[in-house]
Design a protein around this ligand. Structure first.
Ligand code: WT7
Length: 652
C-alpha cells in the first residue's frame, strides 16, 4: 500500500479528542481560529466575501435585509446556479476536468466520466428540450429519477432556465409523488424506465405512471436506463434520449434574481402532510459553495463522494451544487452497498481514488456489522477526509469510521443541518478541529446559533436545551414553506420569535463551544437517515379501512437509528392476525414507500388517552423504550398501560 500522510493526531491529554496536523492545517482553506471571531462579528461581510468567488451577472446592492419570515440575501444580485456550477469553470479554462463520475451498479457496465464541457453540453441540450416542452422560468418541474447522471443533468437544466425543480426520492411511492406534484403544480416530470438495485432491474416508470394520474402533470420525460419494456402514453410521454437528440447545445443561463426560487424539496414536518421547503438562488449558492469548500477541504481534482440520494437535501447540495461549484469531481453511485458483495463501497473508493467520503451513521453501523474484512481488502489511502450527516453518530461508529475506513489519518467532519437550512450549519473545520466522537462542533463561521431553554434564555456549558439559529440568518436558510407561510411561521418562529429560528433539535455544548446534538424534540423520526413524521405513518395506516385508530411512536434501533412502532386498534369484529399485519405493511408501502414501514405493529384494544381523548404518545414512547411511563394521573384509562406493556413484549 502506498504511504499515506497522517492528517490528524490524538490529543495527548484527552483520549477521544483529535486535532489536525500541521500538514492538514497547511493544505486546508482555513486553519486560523480567528476566523470565528471575524466572521461572527460581521456575518454579512463574511458571506459577501465567499459570494465574490462566484459569478454574478449583476452584483447585489445590499447584502442582507431582515423582516419577519422575509429575510433576504444579496438583494438586487443576478446569478445562476448552473452557470456557477459549469460555465464558470469552462471560462476559467478548466472545461476538460472531470465533473462527474457515474458508477453503475452492475459491475459489468463501465463507469461514465463527464468533463465539465461534456456535462455543460448535456445540461444545455436538456434545458432546451425542457423549453421545447413548454417549461418557462418560474414553472415547477418534477424529478423522479434514480442515481444516474441524468438526475444531476435534469436538476442543472431546470435551474439553468429558472424552473424550480422538485425532486422526489425514487423509492418514494406513487402517492408521495402525486401529493408533491399536486402541491407544487408541476406540469412536466422527468423519470426513468428503471434502475438497478441489488442486481435486479426495478421498474420506476410504473410508479411514475401511477403518480401522475390525477395530477397536473401533462408531460413525462423518460430516461432509458435499463431498457425495460415500459408503456409510453401517446401525447404525454417522451423519451429523454429523443428530446435531447436534436436539441441545441446553446442555452444561455437565465439571469435569476438572488431571491428567486431555485428549488423546492418536500420534507416531513410534524403533521401528516410533507412541506415544500423553498430555497433561493443567490444565498443558497453561496452557502452551498462555501461549506462544501471549507468543510470538506474541497479542491479541483478531488473526487468527492457523497453517498446520499439526490432525492434528499444532502444529495442536492453535496452531490450536485456544492462540488460542482467548487470545480471538483462528484461521484454518483447507482446502487446498493452490498452488490455484488458488501465490499462494494470500498471497491468504489479504490477504483475511483475517492478523496472525501460523506455518508451517514446508519450506513457506518451496517458496515461495522458486515465486518472489518471488507474495507481491509481495498486500498483506501486516497481518502483524506470523512464526513457524516443525518443523525447523531454514536461513539463506536465514529471510532470505527475513523480507524477502519480512515486508517486513523482522516478528520471526521460531523455536519449537522437540515433540509430547511439548505447547507451545513454546525461542524468543526478540518484545518481547525477538534474532531470529537459524537460531537458535531461549533457553528460554521458566520452562523450565529446558541442553545436556549424553552423560554429563550441562553444556557451554559453542558446544559441541555434547544438549538436555535439567529439573524443574520445563514444565506441558505429556507425562505418558506411553499403555499403555506402560516405554517412556516408556526413551525420555526413561534418558539423564539422572528429573529431566532427554532431547529426542533435538542443540543448542549461543552466549555469550548462544541455542540452535541441530542436529536429531535418533535415527532419527527430519523429512520436510516430518512426523515419521517410519526403522523405520516399514522395517516398511511389509517387509510386501511380495517384500522379504527392508530398511534405511531419512534424507538431507537441499533442499525437504523430510529424505527417507527405502530399501535393499531382494529375495527369491531376484526381479529388481529399475521395476514392483517402484512396487509398493513403493504398499505404503508403503497402510501409512503418502504422507508415508512413500522418495525413493529402492536395490535391493541385500547391506547392511553387523556380525559379529553388525546392519545398520550409520550406514554407509548416510554413503553416501547422500556422507560418509566411517568405520571399517569391525567389518563382516562390508566389500566391500558399495563396491558400494552405485555403486548409490546409479546407481539414482536
Ligand atoms: C434532521 C434533519 C441535512 C442532512 C440530512 C438530514 C438530524 C442531521 C445531524 C448530525 C445529529 C443530525 C437532525 C436534523 N441531523 N445531521 N450531524 N448530528 N443529528 O436532513 O432530513 O432535513 O433531517 O436530521 O435531527 O433536525 P433532514
Amino acid at each position: 500500500m502506498p504511504d499515506a500522510i497522517q492528517w490528524v493526531k490524538k490529543d495527548p491529554n484527552k483520549e477521544d479528542v483529535f486535532w489536525p496536523t500541521a500538514e492538514l492545517k497547511q493544505r486546508t482553506w482555513v486553519s486560523d481560529e480567528a476566523i470565528y471571531d471575524q466572521a461572527n462579528a460581521d456575518p454579512e461581510a463574511f458571506w459577501a466575501k465567499h459570494a465574490e468567488d462566484l459569478h454574478w451577472f449583476k452584483k447585489w446592492d445590499k447584502t442582507y435585509e431582515f423582516a419577519p419570515q422575509a429575510y433576504k440575501w444579496f438583494i438586487g444580485g443576478k446569478t445562476n446556479l448552473s452557470y456557477n456550477s459549469l460555465d464558470r469553470h469552462i471560462e476559467a479554462g478548466k472545461g476538460d476536468n472531470i465533473a462527474l463520475i457515474w458508477e453503475p451498479e452492475p459491475i459489468k457496465e463501465e463507469a461514465v466520466k463527464l468533463t465539465y464541457k461534456q456535462l455543460h453540453e448535456r445540461v444545455c441540450k436538456f434545458a432546451n428540450a425542457l423549453k421545447d416542452l413548454g417549461v418557462k422560468k418560474g414553472d415547477a418541474v418534477g424529478i423522479y429519477l434514480p442515481m444516474i447522471p441524468e438526475a444531476v443533468i435534469a436538476m442543472q437544466a431546470c435551474v439553468r432556465i429558472g424552473a424550480p425543480h422538485s425532486v422526489v426520492f425514487s423509492a418514494f411511492s406513487s402517492e408521495s409523488l402525486r401529493d408533491r406534484m399536486v402541491d407544487c403544480g408541476a406540469k412536466v416530470i422527468i423519470t426513468a424506465d428503471g434502475y438497478y438495485r441489488r442486481g435486479k432491474p426495478i421498474n420506476l416508470k410504473k410508479s411514475a405512471d401511477a403518480g401522475v394520474e390525477d395530477s397536473p402533470v401533462k408531460k413525462v420525460v423518460v430516461v432509458k436506463r435499463t431498457g425495460a419494456e415500459v408503456p409510453m402514453t401517446e401525447g404525454r410521454d417522451v423519451w429523454y434520449q429523443d428530446v435531447v437528440a436534436n436539441a441545441s447545445s446553446d442555452c444561455p443561463a437565465e439571469q435569476m434574481d438572488s431571491e428567486d426560487l431555485s428549488f423546492l424539496l418536500y420534507t416531513s414536518g410534524t403533521t401528516g402532510k410533507p412541506k415544500g421547503i423553498m430555497h433561493t438562488t443567490g444565498g443558497y449558492a453561496v452557502q452551498a459553495y462555501a461549506t462544501a469548500k471549507w468543510n470538506f477541504d474541497m479542491h479541483e481534482g478531488d473526487v468527492f463522494w457523497c453517498t446520499a440520494d439526490v432525492g434528499w437535501i444532502t444529495g442536492h447540495t453535496y452531490i450536485n451544487y456544492g462540488p460542482l461549484m467548487n470545480g471538483a469531481t462528484t461521484l454518483v453511485y447507482e446502487g446498493s452497498p452490498d452488490t455484488p458483495d458488501t465490499g462494494r463501497f470500498w471497491a468504489i473508493v479504490e477504483k475511483h481514488k475517492v478523496t472525501q467520503l460523506y455518508t451517514a451513521p446508519t450506513a457506518i453501523r451496517m458496515f461495522i456489522k458486515w465486518g472489518d474484512e471488507w474495507p481491509a481488502k481495498y486500498d483506501l489511502t486516497s481518502l483524506r477526509l470523512l464526513g457524516t450527516v443525518g443523525e447523531p453518530i454514536n461513539v463506536d461508529a465514529w471510532m470505527w469510521y475513523f480507524n477502519v475506513v480512515g486508517g486513523g489519518r482522516c478528520p471526521i467532519i460531523d455536519t449537522w443541518w437540515q433540509t430547511e437550512t439548505g447547507a451545513n450549519m454546525v461542524n468543526n473545520l478540518p484545518g481547525i478541529g477538534p474532531f470529537i466522537p459524537a460531537i458535531a462542533g461549533r457553528p460554521f463561521p458566520g452562523v450565529l446559533g446558541d442553545i436556549l431553554d424553552s423560554g429563550g434564555t441562553p444556557l451554559g456549558p453542558n446544559e441541555g436545551g434547544y438549538l436555535a439559529i439567529f439573524s443574520p440568518f445563514p444565506p441558505a436558510l429556507t425562505r418558506g414553506i411553499y403555499g403555506d407561510m402560516d405554517r412556516f411561521k408556526a413551525q420555526y418562529f413561534a418558539e423564539y420569535g422572528p429573529e431566532r429560528y427554532f431547529t426542533s433539535d435538542g443540543a448542549r455544548r461543552d466549555e469550548a463551544g462544541n455542540i452535541r446534538i441530542t436529536g429531535r424534540v418533535d415527532d419527527v423520526m430519523n429512520v436510516a437517515g430518512h426523515r419521517l413524521a410519526t403522523a405520516e405513518v399514522e395517516s398511511a395506516l389509517a387509510q386501511n379501512d380495517k384500522v379504527s385508530e392508530v398511534a405511531v411512536v419512534s424507538r431507537p434501533h441499533g442499525l437504523k437509528g430510529e424505527v417507527p412502532v405502530a399501535f393499531v386498534l382494529l375495527r369491531g369484529g376484526i381479529e388481529p392476525s399475521d395476514d392483517i399485519r402484512k396487509e398493513l405493511m403493504a398499505t404503508v408501502n403503497q402510501v409512503i414507500g418502504p422507508t415508512g414501514r413500522p418495525d413493529q405493529i402492536v395490535f391493541a384494544h385500547d391506547v392511553p388517552k387523556t380525559r379529553s381523548g388525546k392519545i398520550m404518545r409520550r406514554v407509548l414512547k416510554a413503553l416501547v423504550r422500556n422507560e418509566p411511563v411517568g405520571d399517569l394521573t391525567t389518563l382516562q384509562n390508566p389500566e391500558s398501560v399495563d396491558q400494552l406493556k405485555e403486548l409490546v413484549r409479546h407481539q414482536e
